[in-house]
Write a new protein. Structure first.
Length: 279
């Protein structure tokens, strides 16, 4: 969550500029704003043009957010829709050794996007601590190091990139998606819930400011999830499609938050995108 034009946002912007000037990552930065959601249906779409070098934002925690209040429902996860154009060099990191930053103990996760052949919201990669990072920062790429089966990234396909604080882990209807027994492991979806779509988060976690350095990534080029008829805009036609499914079991495109039912939560997500034209 990023309050508009506050000093925290300004500081992050300066930090991002400074990091870019000292790394080889090319492309613009993407500031979180006004707030990235925690699930695919409420994710923030990175719509800037061309390659993306960094995403910077804040997990606000509880509001107000004294350190002693951790565990209260609040802003503990952010999710972004990105396009991976080069799986070989793909990387996302908050580790300063790789151009990132955080002032809290982060975790990073990657999930399949809307145009992935296996469907959206499936776990791909996860990491808690990047080896050599001094402050619990994270890094994911196209590999695993824990013996789990490594998923295959597909070029020019969209993915959901999520960040959380330590111990805030993604879950599905079957349980935790990743089994991160060792904080240093880069893991595939080897948890009990690893074969199902993300539908929530297990536990709240740490929170603070972050910069995610990226490689092999471009801005997303998809329409919002709520453009059900693929005509380039979320409008009354899409609203009619959702209302026709209202109250029905989920699993289809109108279950925008993947919670198993088409209800007011999905309606709210659609209304947030109402009138949005594809980039």
């Amino acid at each position: 969550m990023l309050p508009p034009m506050n000093t925290r946002l300004f500081s992050l912007a300066l930090l991002a500029v400074g990091v870019i000037s000292h790394t080889a990552f090319a492309g613009p930065t993407w500031p979180e704003g006004p707030e990235a959601g925690a699930l695919p249906g409420t994710s923030q779409h990175v719509n800037t043009a061309g390659p993306v070098a960094m995403i910077f934002g804040t997990l606000g925690g509880p509001s107000p957010a004294p350190i002693s209040a951790r565990g209260i429902t609040g802003d503990f996860q952010d999710m972004y829709l990105i396009k991976i154009v080069d799986p070989i060099i793909f990387m996302a990191s908050t580790d300063p050794n790789f151009g990132g930053f955080s002032d809290f103990d982060t975790q990073l996760f990657l999930f399949t996007g809307p145009d992935h052949p296996d469907g959206p919201g499936l776990g791909m990669f996860a990491n808690d601590e990047s080896p050599g990072a001094a402050g619990g920062e994270s890094r994911i790429d196209n590999n695993v190091n824990d013996g789990s089966f490594p998923p295959t990234l597909t070029a020019n396909v969209h993915y959901f990139l999520a960040i959380s604080g330590f111990d805030s882990d993604p879950g599905s209807v079957d349980g935790a998606i990743f089994n991160q027994a060792n904080a240093l492991e880069r893991s595939g979806p080897d948890g009990l819930g690893g074969l199902a779509q993300i539908n929530g988060w297990l536990n709240n976690g740490d929170f603070g400011d972050y910069v995610i350095a990226l490689a092999g990534v471009e801005a997303q080029t998809l329409c919002p999830y709520s453009d059900f008829n693929n005509d380039g805009i979320t409008d009354t036609a899409d609203l009619g499609i959702l209302l026709a499914q209202f109250g029905a079991p989920g699993g289809g495109p109108t279950d925008l938050n993947f919670d198993g039912v088409v209800d007011t939560a999905d309606l709210g997500i659609l209304l947030d995108s109402f009138g949005v034209i594809c980039p």
